[in-house]
Ligand binder design. Structure first.
Ligand code: DUC
Ligand code: ZN
Ligand code: ZN
Length: 478
């Protein structure tokens, strides 16, 4: 068979194996893996000295999202260009049902935002903000459209927050229709109260964002969310887990055999509460929810990654510029005199793979764990496996080639995201993203984002516990 692309001498790393072979690609799919493949007429990349891993899958992004009176700086074009530059070839973004709106309207709006703009393949979760009993059956149609995951917020009272009864309804319906509920676990009632008191006492600086959302605020909500899912008999995905006490709750649930899955993000592994104490208003760059945690907490998260309590590393990419841009209301400076008005969120879509491979180089995780966390588990948990999530015959040719011998310094001056700062500014990582292919399309060439980028496709994902080729997954895998 005449191949379109051959990656020669690839030191291939999957979640379970490492071996050296050539990878042959035809019509966007991996069709051969073996020694000395016939490359006549094909584009040839020699990967000698590199590490070859599955393209990253980021299952937690917020692109083109209106929030807290602002709009994220990255839309589906700039956000996915950043993703591609950083070795991520597929993402699952959060569509939003606004209060009073049907679930379908939320999904339709997100298709309009992404269609024709995304340069990598994508799927959606749906954020539910308004779920009276009468609306519950609408969830079934969303699952059937290949959107089998929903997110509900236990925080952001008066905006995104759902009460326990709505969460419980969503979980019970998911248990029936093959969907899964994700939860943002923070107690929105205590946050509201503590924020009000802080402001009344004249405490307005960014650090107070974290002081009003302590570790126990997340742990309480995580425990409650797990109990609700247990009552509903449904799986639960805990997004952006940060607190050691919340991790303990997930560990206990897993020990009981409950299908509770946890995600964390690089910011909670690499940054800390001390970043809120930077000079002037700089701390605003790190205002996100849950907040960054005191130094030392990250040790528990690394343990959680290594012992399997945490299954995925996603970004929660939610980029707001620091300064106001072109008179628009995008900036963190909206909260200059009141931390509660700082748009919550930080960029990271471009840096996840580098930061996590840096952890491989520093011995914090193994190369197979890297693949598991950044691609294989996300694919399995969110119904992409069979098409995405590993390097194997029949899978999309989503391939990232990492150069572990060249260091890279992260900076807003060189990143591709449309945001005027980078929370990891100046950090050196022990690798560069050298080549990236998405369905065989060459997106990063010798470390540079290509000027000819492909169109990403919406991926209809499989239901919870299934793969796209209709196989059933072992619950133990996640
Ligand atoms: N947390 C953020 O920091 N931003 C968006 C939503 C969220 O949960
Ligand atoms: Zn969240
Ligand atoms: Zn989020």
């Amino acid at each position: 068979m005449a191949l379109d692309l051959v990656i020669k001498n690839a030191d291939i790393q999957t979640a379970s194996d490492r071996f050296t072979a050539d990878i042959g690609v035809k019509d966007e799919v991996i069709v051969e893996i073996g020694r000395d493949l016939d490359a006549a007429g094909a584009k040839v990349i020699d990967a000698t000295g590199m590490r070859v891993v599955p393209g990253g899958i980021d299952v937690h992004t917020h692109l083109d999202m209106p929030f807290m009176g602002a709009l994220t700086a990255d839309d589906f074009k700039t956000g996915t260009e950043g993703a591609a530059a950083g070795g991520t070839t597929c993402l699952v973004d959060f569509a939003i049902q606004a209060p009073g709106e049907s679930l379908q309207t939320g999904v339709d709006n997100w298709h309009k935002k992404a269609d024709g703009k995304s340069v990598i393949d994508y799927g959606f979760h749906l954020i539910i903000t308004d779920l009276p009993e009468s609306r519950v059956p609408e969830m079934d149609a969303i699952v059937e459209q290949g959107i089998p995951s929903f997110k509900l917020f236990m925080a952001y009272k008066g905006a995104l927050m759902s009460e326990d009864d709505a969460i419980f309804r969503a979980m019970r319906q998911s248990a029936k229709n093959g969907g899964m509920v994700s939860l943002h676990c923070e107690n929105g009632h205590t946050v509201e109260l503590m924020v009000k008191e802080a402001l009344e006492n004249g405490n307005t600086s960014p650090e107070w964002h974290a002081l009003t959302r302590p570790l126990a605020c997340e742990a309480e909500a995580t425990n409650r969310g797990i109990a609700l899912a247990e009552m509903a008999g449904s799986p639960l995905y805990v997004v952006h887990l940060t607190a050691e006490e919340a991790l303990d709750a997930v560990r206990r649930a897993k020990r009981k055999g409950l299908p509770v899955i946890a995600e964390t993000c690089p910011q909670y592994l690499y940054l800390s509460h001390e970043d809120y104490q930077r000079e002037g208003f700089e701390g605003a760059k790190f205002v996100m929810s849950p907040p960054l945690r005191p130094k030392g907490n990250e040790r528990a998260l690394w343990s959680g990654l290594n012992d399997g309590t945490i299954s995925t590393v996603a970004t929660d990419h939610c980029s707001f510029c620091f300064e106001l841009r072109d008179g628009s209301k995008m900036g963190k400076v909206l909260g200059k005199d009141d931390f509660s008005k700082i748009p919550n969120g930080a960029p990271g879509i471009e840096n996840r793979m580098q930061l996590m491979w840096d952890a491989v180089e520093k011995g914090k995780i193994t190369p197979s764990k890297f693949v598991e966390l950044t691609a294989t588990n996300p694919a399995k948990i969110f119904g992409l496996y069979g098409k995405k999530g590993t390097i194997a015959i029949g899978f999309d040719a989503d391939i990232t080639i990492i150069d572990p011998s060249t260091k890279y310094t992260i900076s807003a001056k060189t990143h591709h995201m449309n945001v005027d700062y980078n929370p990891y500014e100046g950090r050196e990582v022990e690798c560069t993203i050298k080549e990236v292919f998405m369905r065989g399309h060459h997106m990063v060439e010798n470390g540079k984002l290509s000027s000819k980028l492909p169109k990403g496709q919406f991926i209809k994902r499989a239901k919870y516990g299934k793969t796209l080729d209709s196989k059933t997954l072992e619950p133990a895998l996640v």
